[in-house]
Design a protein around this ligand. Sequence first.
Ligand code: AGP
Length: 609
Amino acid sequence: MCGIVGAIADRDVVPVLIEGLKRLEYRGYDSAGIAVVNDRDVRRVRRTGRVAEMADAAAAEGFHASLGIGHTRWATHGGVTEANAHPHISHGIALVHNGIIENHEEQREKLGALGYAFESQTDTEVIAHLIHHHLKQGNGDLLGALQRVVKELTGAYALAVISRAEPGRMVCARMGCPLLIGLGEGENFVASDVSAVVQATRNVVFLEEGDTAEVARDGVRVYDRNDQPVERETHVSSVSLSSLELGPYRHFMQKEIHEQPRAIGDTIEATIDGGFVPELFGRNAAAVLEGIEGVQILACGTSYYAGLTARYWIEGMAGMPCSVEIASEYRYRQAYADPKHLVVTISQSGETLDTMEALKHAKSLGRAHTLSICNVPESAIPRASELVCYTRAGAEIGVASTKAFTTQLAALFQLAVVLAKLRGRLGADDEAQCLEQLRQLPGGVQQALNLEPQVVAWAEKFAAKQNALFLGRGLHYPIALEGALKLKEISYIHAEAYPAGELKHGPLALVDSAMPVVVIAPNNSLLEKVKSNMQEVRARGGELFVFADQDSNFGESEGVHVIRTPRHVGLLSPVVHTIPVQLLAYHTALARGTDVDKPRNLAKSVTVE
Ligand code: AGP
């Protein structure tokens, strides 16, 4: 969602801000702006639409400065207008904000009574006025005023603030939203995401909840929630610049779909080398995993579907109860909380607010043991978890999650095997077979990618449709859900997924000759049941598009189109069957001319409720 970048240097920081904002574009936004301090004045440029348009305006107006902040906004409070775009300014103080201020109405009223006039409908503008109000009262300098103001705010924020009165520093604060400081040589940066500063430095300090900081050219000082100076560790970011660039591809989604054999290979590398050991999930994992008696998975969107798939593996292999719940529901429920159940959060970004809050809620209910499966090192959710397993997909830029999902599946499969082993439910032969299936997985995924030309032909038909149904059974039902989500997310075709057996309990009423029905039908114990469900569709004139593996023994006939996926790869079959549904969504969106990487109304990291 929203993104922050700030810089102070001897050089002109405007190109740094623009570059940083461009690298934050993937998070989703609808307006952008920068503010700089120059000659003891604050100048600002804001535009709705793309960063490039705002950058052109900044260039036309001759923006150059050695101190500045920038922002990409995804509208929450107030529409997509220039007046609502950040930075917001009050009497020479400019600030950018990620998050939501929940008591903004109360603050707005208070500030109105003090004579402050508002130019925007945002929750953010109150913060700029509050800082000015405290400075006017003589309550310290910019940092001191910010430290007072944040204590008056409820909600979530990452803030970066500059003032024409203090051209030698930026000040910043974080609570509930990520913010980091990038350490350069004689220059320093702030950002909500390491990708915004990685072109300038890899040395980063992650602010903790409640921290404030002052960032000058020659140094950085961090203060804890009690305003006491505090040391925070410096990390060296491993984000690679090439993962942030498109290379020969047309879209990041396309690039990320094709990166999956490599991404899965990297994620399973440690297991291929060292076997299914608890340490894959952290140094103390053996002690924790040996003592648990069940698993509770919490996640959102695609990550939730990864969790639904994992339930089949964990219950089937490890023989322990596994429940899976959408994080935004769990967080508001007085759920039954067995302290012997491991809470597993799954999140690509590691900063999804609902998942983070669900994790906190689980802890507050007495859940002692937590594991985060995450793709972004050092992000908030793994940092709040006892055990961590990082998927090694590399930066995922496309809003539609692809390689993050299949690497999550690879990690969760490994978790299920480790749990099964610890519970004495996996013999040496079974374990060897699991290892072999895992070893073959990147190759199976590559073969599925080779189906692309056939999927393109289907996508041309789908592009003209208004609706689509996806069906699967058992382990492949979550893949049907994922296929429907991908299609609706980027092509805007209404798509729903059902367990195929559920069809006759309602959704069959939707089936007619205009309804394409995608079926995931690998050769497993449910295949004959799926075939019966397909007959139900054909009998109502529905057109079937079937992904069936080499052993499924399917033939094409009128109204039944079949693409043969690679030979069945056992329990990991859902991973292989994910590839064609991703390709179908991608090529359908392409044929419809939508903005594949930045679909309307969506953001990559959902950092608000
Ligand atoms: C996936 O294509 C979506 N963009 C979305 O459902 C996503 O998976 C969800 O918002 C969860 O994100 P996370 O994995 O970063 O927590």
